[in-house]
Design a protein around this ligand. Structure first.
Ligand SMILES: [Zn+2]
Length: 313
């Protein structure tokens, strides 16, 4: 019966895709979306930290994240591979779309000539699968919402917010359902990148490490809220990812290991995740991980995607 329901729902979505949006996917035809009814009520929090250089994520500067990296039930990679173009634009685009820059076509921070209509962010597939899912994006670096997420997300404010305001707004959504009860939430902190550009991306830069320590407390507080929701029966996936590292006061040296690799966490209390030892993640793995956890399968996304889910089925 469940299979019949999924099949019928899939057929309805094909019809919907043909009438609503067929031109967007001319390369590969109408999208076929199926939903796993056992997973569709799952929830996801993706925490983006701009410009986190891997080796600075130490116990001294970010005790919560350090301890999380040592915990069970976590996939953690501190050699997480960033895009060949080490700007923020291409990397956030790859994180959100699950495809490399040669497909989404964002090669710098201008976002000119993006190809999101063919390679949309994961929020597109979530809204297409079930528009009652509340999708949220809160970002300090506003081009992400302006260029990448505006057309695909329920709550996607365009005004600039600092990192504290991002934290407080997400806290308000999670605890008070204000202004909405967020089901799948993306957020981006940007002040670490700012400290890196001004004072150096380095463990010896006090401004950089102090900023990381503050962000670590936000990340810890959000984790504790998620743990509270889990204890009330909600099933949440918790992700932390950065877009690039840094060296000196920039992140333009595309060959430098402190620039072209960063950190990535996926945490869940019971699911089997890829092994830290043996799987090297990259930016394109986040979108398939999110969609897989929500039980959403799109024929277009599966055909186009460059990454893999961190969750071992
Ligand atoms: Zn960045």
């Amino acid at each position: 019966m469940k299979k019949l329901f999924v099949l019928l729902f899939g057929l309805l979505l094909i019809i919907y895709a043909c009438t609503k949006d067929g031109d967007d996917t001319i390369n590969i035809g109408p999208d076929i979306i199926t939903i796993d009814s056992l997973k569709i009520n799952n929830n996801v929090l993706v925490i983006g930290i701009d410009g986190l250089r891997s080796d600075v994520m130490q116990e001294e500067f970010s005790p919560f994240m350090y301890n999380l990296s040592q915990s069970k039930n976590v996939y953690f990679n501190d050699t997480h591979i960033v895009e060949e173009y080490t700007w923020s634009g291409p990397n956030w685009s790859s994180i959100l779309t699950g495809v490399h820059f040669d497909k989404h076509n964002v090669t710098d921070n201008s976002f000119d000539n993006d190809n999101y209509s063919t390679y949309p962010p994961f929020f597109h597939y979530i809204e297409r699968a079930d528009s009652s899912i509340n999708t949220v994006s809160l970002v300090n670096w506003t081009p992400i919402n302006q260029h990448t997420l505006l057309n695909y997300t329920d709550f996607v404010p365009l005004e600039s917010m600092n990192d504290l305001e991002i934290f407080e707004n997400v806290e308000n959504i999670l605890l008070n359902k204000n202004p909405m009860d967020g089901d799948v939430i993306f957020l981006q902190f940007d002040e670490l990148d700012g400290a890196g550009h001004s004072y150096g991306f380095s463990a010896s830069s006090e401004e950089y490490t102090n900023t990381l320590t503050v962000i670590d407390t936000y990340v810890e507080n959000l984790f504790n809220i998620i743990e509270g929701k889990r204890s009330e029966g909600e099933d949440w996936l918790y992700i932390i990812v950065s877009d690039h590292g840094g060296e000196g006061t920039s992140h333009s040296d595309t060959q430098h290991p402190d620039v072209n690799q960063t950190i990535f966490f996926t945490q869940h209390p019971s699911l089997q995740l890829q092994a830290n030892c043996c799987y090297v993640s990259s930016q394109v793995d986040i979108a398939p991980t999110v969609l897989g956890f929500l039980g959403i399968s799109s024929s277009n996304f599966n055909f186009n995607k460059d990454g893999f889910s961190i969750i071992v089925e």
